[in-house]
Write a protein that binds this ligand. Structure first.
Ligand code: GSH
Length: 406
């Protein structure tokens, strides 16, 4: 959700149907003001007065539609190029993170602060690992909300929590900044790139430690054991590292980034490829998870956390907004039970705020939802539905490290 996006959304682009519904003759709508006193110019009359100037009092409906369609398509492409850079074939190419590799950076481990936003699946990974490792005291967190100008802002939230057990957006408790761009700007040398969440901040040295989610969760898993209240939990044990990497190589491009490749595709061909790779990977995962409690057997790993944050958003937003329509997650019985298994870890459930997720996607991704109308929350995505029994315990062949998480 880039900063420039909402600026573009404030351009006076008037959807045609607001002034001249397709089923009403343009002549009727252009002439219905004849007996009234002239009113000051209204920007919303732009669409009706421009054709009048060019073609006279009436414009054939077919021509009106094709004119508006061409204008809208060019505007949409312009907005999409800001929101989601693509290659020449129209496939989404995700920009790379600027600050990577926590381990090689010099910083004070006692003085770290995490910046996140609740709609973001990448930031969600870091909140889950922080909770599971018991790093809540060591790593304080500031939770941003999507702002009107497209930036991540810090403000008191109107989004409810669930009995106060669930995370809600709020102020910047480390730097007192109004938005995330200001925080990035505090680093020596400033910053002019994309200001993304998650971002790990060195409070003492006023520096970005890392803004790549996978690097942050690896660091939380093994780099702060001296300060964690659950240091015994290892979400990336040495003997499973190879398998975790294998899963990540499949899941990242086809599922985590795959849903974005569907939603941000700028050509039919790019969408067709992305959606087919997404659903063939979900089919394989559903099959595998019918035999295995977690991706790598009986042990919960970082690969599961990364898959979970996409699955929990699937029916809520990706199925509709990103056109991942072939199936709902609810139709994949193993994947859905697997997602419920992870959700039912109390420290995982505490990181899921479904209202904030819906709000973040439907209200801010303007080119995908220009009317900003938010669909109703699917009943299968609510806390009660996700708390249904999953019956996956019997799939654990080896003793699960998950027991240490409870
Ligand atoms: N590769 C990054 C991606 C982070 C990312 O794309 N975050 C989005 C929110 S979901 C963001 O902050 N976008 C703001 C922007 O692009 O300006 C990671 O995994 O940490």
């Amino acid at each position: 959700m880039p900063n420039s996006l909402l600026l573009i959304s404030h351009l006076p682009i008037i959807p045609p149907t607001h002034t001249t519904p397709c089923h009403v003759s343009p002549r009727m709508s252009l002439n219905n003001n004849n007996n009234q006193t002239p009113k000051p110019p209204n920007p919303s009359s732009l669409l009706t007065s421009l054709p009048k100037l060019l073609w006279g009092p009436s414009l054939p409906p077919g021509l009106l539609i094709s004119t508006v369609r061409t204008a809208w398509h060019s505007t949409w492409q312009l907005m999409m190029s800001q929101l989601a850079p693509s290659d020449p074939s129209g496939s989404y190419s995700r920009p790379t993170s600027k600050f990577r590799h926590v381990a090689t950076t010099q910083f004070s481990r006692q003085n770290l602060h995490l910046y996140v936003a609740l709609p973001c699946p990448w930031a969600h990974r870091t909140l889950i690992v922080r909770n599971l490792k018991g790093l809540e005291e060591t790593i304080p967190v500031s939770i941003a909300s999507p702002g009107q100008d497209g930036s991540w802002e810090f403000k008191s939230s109107s989004i409810p929590g669930l009995d106060k057990d669930i995370l809600v957006p709020g102020k910047d408790s480390a730097n007192g900044c109004k938005n995330l761009r200001e925080v990035y700007g505090l680093r020596r040398g400033g910053y002019s790139g994309r200001t993304t969440v998650p971002m790990l901040w060195d409070v003492q040295n006023k520096e970005v430690v890392c803004n790549e989610s996978y690097d942050i969760i690896e660091f939380f898993n093994s780099g702060l054991n001296g300060l964690a209240s659950n240091p015994g939990l290892d979400l990336s044990p040495l003997e499973l590292k190879g398998r975790i990497e294998e899963w990540n190589r499949v899941i990242y491009p086809n599922v985590n980034n795959g849903v974005y490749r569907c939603g941000f595709a700028q050509s039919q061909g790019a969408y067709d490829t992305a959606v087919s790779e997404l659903f063939s990977t979900l089919d394989k995962l559903d099959d595998h998870l019918g035999r295995s409690r977690y991706l790598c057997g009986g042990t919960l790993t970082l690969a599961d956390i990364c898959l979970f944050t996409t699955l929990i958003r699937f029916d809520l937003v990706y199925n509709v907004l990103f056109k991942c329509t072939k199936k709902k997650l609810l139709e994949y019985s193993n994947l859905h039970a697997y997602m419920r298994d992870l959700y039912q870890i109390p420290k995982v459930a505490a990181t899921c705020n479904f209202t904030a997720i819906m709000d973040g996607y439907y209200k801010t991704l303007f080119p995908l939802n220009p009317g900003s109308i938010q669909p109703v929350m699917p009943s299968g995505c609510e806390h009660e539905a996700l708390s249904r029994p999953h019956n996956r315990e019997s799939l654990s062949s080896t003793e699960s490290k998950y027991v240490q998480v409870q």
